[in-house]
Design a protein around this ligand. Sequence first.
Ligand code: PBG
Length: 340
Amino acid sequence: MLEQKFLLHESLDTAQNSALRVRPRRLRRTENLRALARETELRVSDLVYPLFVVHGQNVRAEISSMPDVFHLSLDELEREIARVSELGLRAVILFGLPAFKDEWGSEDYAENGIVQQAIRACKRVNPELVVMTDVCMCQYTSHGHCGIVRAGKIDNDATLEYLARTAVSHAAAGADIVAPSAMMDAQVGALRSALDANDFTDVAILAYAAKFASAFYGPFREAADSPPKFGDRRQYQMDPANAREALREVELDVAQGADMVMIKPALPYLDVIRQTRDAVRLPVAAYNVSGEYAMLKAAARNGWLDERKATLELLTGIKRAGADLILTYHAQDTARWLRE
Ligand code: PBG
């Protein structure tokens, strides 16, 4: 035996021998060694859980393209918030389905709109929970666009006032963070001014800074009943081909007073997340959107992917790319898995 090993050793030429002094596999040998060497750790406190709130009572209706995600009425929302809090999740983001839609999206900024009521319900159950809201018009407008439509066009500057009113109404209901997602120019500045003028100086802004015109929002639009009735969103959401422009959007939002910036979707834009992380000092969020979730769910349901392993790998990848927080429909499962 010994002799054989010695022979093997002798047979290696010097170059190969010295290359083998370096063996990255040494630190992969056991789980404890791997843990010591691990660079990125996904934590429950990185996650933000999106919720869809509807009018009515006892509504807990599964969204067909998003298995395990539900439309919830306020009573069911309260139960869900208790579960979410018990799992150790610290933040949610709310989306509402209004009772009616009109050209100006009136329920968006109504004192008793569905989201305003939902914010109060969350805070009743868990006053410590960070409650974020999406500030946009598409779920509330009859035409399904993210802004005010004039002469068949989305009027940027007219939309700012509506977004600002909506953000102020969310702040008044108790939101901690408002997240403008309409991709109107100067929306962050408009929200900051309106919030400050109404004494909501402590309400933070998470800017959907680089939101791409993505096919991966498909299931969300079913869930939120928000597809545009004419045209598409490419005149305001970004071209998926553009990373430099994304950084410019990020810089503009930072200059307008954003407290955090978001890249959305996450998976096709990991390079943009990395470049943003390297360019700014604010927390960077990534939105692991509905289509990304649906893809994984579909594959898992077919037995083609291990849902738990694939999800944890994917979320770790988003974090490794530079995201400090991740909005994901997998937040509850992930919280459970990280605890096990
Ligand atoms: C509202 C909004 C959208 C999403 C979040 N906020 C849809 C859209 O822009 O069409 C998508 C979220 C998801 O797909 O999970 N504008």
